[in-house]
Design a protein. Structure first.
Ligand code: VGL
Ligand code: ZN
Length: 228
């Protein structure tokens, strides 16, 4: 059995319009060449998230882009990968073309870029699991309450990002047409699991830009100003 992608009746937001504002944060998970068609760990149709994400990027006041960034000898790499946690083909090796964010992906100049998975012996599926950056504290510090999660892959890094964002106390919207998974069955199961965990499933077409933007972070002399 498969769950139809356009079954809006299952959406926690019930097909309602969601007005996005200055503090709302878009999280774009691992939209990198290796996770797109032609990449070493390609997610079927993975690049289909790009136009969806690009369309809604302007609706937000803050943006977090994460990337998987592994050393060549990362512990999750296997010569005989089983395509499950801990057993992947080499992917997103630091500095290789496969690790680049997809060229067609829009990225605002003041987006926050989060690198994860660079510890050779540790897996890090979420930008909230990065030791040198407390992403949750950063977002709370800027009075962010709602995060909207997009990207690849639904069952792994998107899933973990949603769960960590919920655990950190954010209201979490999962933008269903802006994510793709490795297996359709597992993806459908994951979406249901995340909804039970408290994520609100929405479609990008439900999002409406309020036009509200954050106050500038710098004054005319280039000095930082308090933004909240
Ligand atoms: C991912 C498997 C291994 C992901 C990253 O971005 O979902 N999946 N590394
Ligand atoms: Zn990885």
């Amino acid at each position: 059995m498969s769950v139809a992608r356009d079954d809006r009746s299952s959406s926690g937001a019930g097909g309602q319009t969601i007005l996005t504002g200055a503090r709302d944060t878009l999280i774009v998970v691992d939209v990198q060449n290796d996770f797109c068609p032609g990449g070493s760990l390609a997610v079927p149709d993975g690049d289909a998230v790009i136009p969806v994400i690009n369309r809604i990027v302007p609706f937000f006041g803050r943006w977090i882009y994460t990337r998987d960034w592994h050393p060549a000898d990362h512990s999750s790499f296997s010569d005989h990968p089983e395509y499950r946690d801990g057993s992947w083909p080499p992917h997103c090796v630091q500095g290789t073309p496969g690790s680049d964010w997809c060229r067609a992906l829009d990225m605002p100049m003041n987006a926050i870029l989060v690198t994860k998975g660079d510890d050779p012996v540790q897996e890090a599926h979420s930008g909230f699991q990065v030791e040198r950056l407390d992403l949750a504290a950063f977002l709370h510090g800027h009075n962010v309450e709602r995060v909207f999660i997009t990207g690849l892959a639904t069952e792994y890094c998107v899933r973990q990002t949603v769960l960590d964002a919920l655990a950190a106390g954010f209201t979490v919207y999962l933008v269903e047409d802006a994510v793709r998974g490795i297996s359709p069955e597992e993806s459908a199961r994951t979406l249901a699991e995340l909804e039970r965990a408290g994520a609100i499933r929405v479609w990008s077409t439900q999002l409406v830009d309020s036009g509200e933007r954050p106050a500038p972070a710098y004054d005319e002399h280039g000095n930082p100003v308090d933004d909240d």
